[in-house]
Write a protein that binds this ligand. Structure first.
Ligand code: CA
Length: 562
């Protein structure tokens, strides 16, 4: 089953499934591939053309699937290979591609390779992991020091993430062969590509030198981020994917644009897209746990930076939510102006240049859950943060930090209807359902023409039919405006202008000179009573009055192409 063309990704719209909380099809309170199978038509109905599955593999779930104990099977909680194939075939029949999560920086400590490796230095799997007699000073990213002593082997092993996630030794050619076998296994089954977890961390500097001791976590990153052999290893994996025309999307934490471009273009090109992180810090520093008030300027600056710098060179991936971040309405929007801000956020990114990703529940505007005690949280990094930092603060403010930052907010069961357990399951779900499911759910939003759900559909429908929105150039206007994000997409004489207010009250907005006095057709508005679709809007010389979180997509024609 060999294919050649992978350009489909440029016109794709991805939907991300974190399966455990998506839909329970076999009545045990855990989301699974039976539930997914029944919801594929719904996903397609959004205008989605591809699905990215977070890890579906057997895993002890120390980091919910990102600690894999067998790369070529399905976790029994989610079904089996036969059920996966059924989902894959049905998705293909509906016109949707499917990509898998590839997690090869580390395995689970319960993977067969690690169980063998820890037995001793003469074991055939001995060098599959990174063992040392003495640890260096590196920190792990989520759980204390990066080294754990193993009594059986009498040595320390490296884990950049949790203790139960030992790092693979990618310098060992046998490990790279194993990776290629994993790629082939899924590609032979018919999957269309991979999202590659922390892929820029897989090559560590020789000798593993100490990092800068006083800088927690990031002090050692220069020794493994975009490491010395990364592009050689990526080339090997690319060659396998080339045989199948498989798409590769990399997750690159802390990646600069300069480094990203090495993966995305030129003779080191090994990835089709990368997930950047800059725009996820408009309300925090480095990580959501170090919270600060949301500033639109930061969001615009980050989005524009990647739009401009990749223009003509590489392709963007566009997202506002995923399984690692709290819900975006609770962060960058407003729960008070739920519908308005949810739709404005959609306008602000679905019309950018690149391929949009929608995380499950984002399309109905799911919001952060606020659990009453730290004991109810399960996210390993939230628990670690709670017990490690701000210990002198009172409990209320420590819990508040978890409310605004926890990955658990994106991992509550999807809210399908207003029945008990939100229609996710008919038995008690494995995790808490957000109590707002009675008003925020798919069934209710299906019935409401102006719901966030139906606006996602409209935005995607317009986008997918327009070469200007798919391939046109990007330009931002009024970059210094604190409350309005305005950008243009342009192809030849055709253009679209997007105007999104992030203000919680009515505000005047003075348009850039070149648009004043012109007429523009309203392609879409989230205040349809005020600005009906298809009507020409006269752009005033003075200013536009924008309602709270008002968003407009305007179609414009230019006199001549420039
Ligand atoms: Ca289940």
């Amino acid at each position: 089953m060999k294919r050649a063309d992978r350009d489909w990704y440029k016109t794709a719209v991805f939907y991300q499934i974190w399966i455990r909380s998506f839909a329970d099809g076999n009545h045990d309170g855990i989301g699974d591939l039976y539930g997914v199978y029944d919801k594929l038509e719904y996903i397609r109905s959004l205008g989605v053309t591809a699905i990215w599955f977070n890890p579906l593999y057997p895993s002890p779930n120390a980091d919910f699937g990102y600690d894999i104990s067998d790369y070529c099977d399905i976790h029994p909680d989610y079904g089996d290979l036969k059920q996966f194939k059924k989902v894959l075939d049905k998705a293909h029949e509906l016109g949707m591609k499917v990509i898998m999560d590839l997690v090869i920086n580390h395995t689970s400590d319960e993977h067969r390779w690690f169980k063998e490796s820890r037995k001793g230095k003469d074991n055939p799997y001995s060098d599959y992991y990174i063992w040392r007699d003495e640890p260096n000073n590196w920190d792990s990213i989520i759980e204390g020091t990066a080294w754990e002593y193993d009594k059986t082997r009498g040595q320390y092993y490296l884990h950049l993430f949790a203790k139960k996630q030992p790092d693979l030794n990618m310098d060992n050619p046998k490990v790279r062969e194993e990776v290629k076998n994993i790629l082939r296994f899924w590609l032979e089954m018919g999957v269309d590509g991979f999202r590659e977890d922390v892929i820029n961390f897989i090559s560590k500097r020789e000798g593993l030198p100490n990092g800068i001791g006083f800088l927690p976590i990031i002090g050692s990153m220069m020794h493994y981020k975009d490491g010395p052999h990364i592009h050689e290893y990526m080339k090997e994996f690319r060659e396998v994917c080339d045989e199948y025309g498989a798409v590769q999307i990399g997750e690159g934490p802390m990646t600069t644009i300069g480094n990203a471009l090495k993966y995305l273009s030129g003779n080191t090109k090994s990835l089709d897209m990368m997930f950047s992180f800059d725009h996820m810090t408009a309300d925090c520093l480095f990580t959501e746990y170090i919270h600060r008030p949301f500033k639109l300027i930061r969001l615009k600056k980050a989005l524009s930076k990647w739009q401009y710098k990749l223009q003509g060179k590489a392709w963007n991936s566009l997202y506002l939510e995923n399984h690692d971040h709290p819900r975006v309405i609770s962060r960058y929007g407003s729960e008070k102006y739920h519908r308005e801000s949810g739709t404005a956020l959609a306008f602000s990114y679905l019309f950018l240049r690149g391929t949009p990703f929608i995380y499950q529940g984002q399309e109905i505007g799911m919001t952060n859950i606020r659990l009453s005690s730290i004991h109810k949280y399960i996210d390993v990094s939230s628990i670690n943060n709670y017990y490690k930092y701000h210990l002198k603060d009172d409990e209320k403010s420590r819990l508040h930090r978890i409310h605004v930052s926890s990955r658990d907010s994106s991992r509550t069961p999807v809210q399908w209807n207003s029945d008990r357990y939100a229609g996710f399951s008919d038995v008690k779900p494995w995790f808490y359902v957000n109590p707002n499911y009675r008003s925020i759910n798919v069934e209710a939003e299906e019935k409401d023409e102006e719901s966030i759900l139906n606006y996602y559909r409209r935005c995607l429908s317009i986008r997918q039919k327009s070469r200007t929105l798919l391939f046109g150039s990007y330009r931002e206007y009024e970059a210094g405006h604190p409350y309005v994000y305005m950008y243009e997409r342009k192809l030849g004489r055709n253009g679209y202008i997007v105007i999104c207010s992030f203000a919680q009250e009515k505000i005047p907005f003075v348009l850039p000179k070149q648009f004043r006095g012109k007429n523009a057709k309203i392609a879409l508005s989230n205040y349809p009573g005020k600005n009906p679709e298809g009507v020409y809007l006269h752009l005033p010389e003075t200013c536009l009055i924008l309602e709270p979180y008002e968003a407009l997509l305007l179609k414009v024609r230019y006199r001549q192409s420039k």
